[in-house]
Design a protein around this ligand. Structure first.
Ligand code: HEC
Length: 120
């Protein structure tokens, strides 16, 4: 199967759009929220949403012939597992655990980018 990287085979969404429109904003909100320390059920619910959306993105990144190789797949596994760990920590209102999982998660960003995001 030919890997697409920049866009899936049959669906219109570009990888850059997914990153800019979904991955980055949810990642930024997670960091902000965890650093500030959630102080209400609403704030926790926002963090749960951010983590769940990033988790969902890990399925899109593997779909539609997008995945080119094992580096991509492995970075994506990290994204999926760590976002799931963040969600679990958030659901038990454990900021420290969530922060730890967040730090581990963002390693996946650079691993995949180093291999597959063209330098400008
Ligand atoms: C499995 C691979 C992979 C993972 C994991 C990944 N990215 Fe990306 N990202 C890409 C690729 C490929 C591009 C380049 C897309 C292009 O230029 O066509 C990109 C581009 C981007 C861009 C630039 C988008 C634009 O066009 O303006 C941002 C921002 C970004 N990623 C954020 C993130 C963050 C934050 C994470 C971690 C939470 C992350 N990415 C994880 C593959 C990945």
């Amino acid at each position: 199967m030919m890997a697409q990287v920049k866009q899936g085979k049959t669906r219109p969404l570009k990888t850059g759009q997914l990153m800019k429109g979904l991955v980055k904003p949810n990642c930024t909100q997670l960091k902000k929220g965890l650093d500030a320390g959630p102080d209400s059920d609403k704030a926790w619910a926002e963090l749960a949403m951010n983590a769940a959306l990033i988790n969902e993105i890990s399925y899109t990144l593997m779909a539609d012939g997008r995945c080119p190789d094992g580096t991509w797949a492995k970075a994506n596994d990290t994204l999926r597992e760590c976002s799931s760990a963040i969600l679990k920590a958030v659901n038990s209102k454990n900021v420290e655990e969530a922060k730890k999982a967040f730090s581990a998660m963002v390693k996946a960003c650079s691993t995949c980018h180093d291999a597959h995001k063209k330098k400008k």
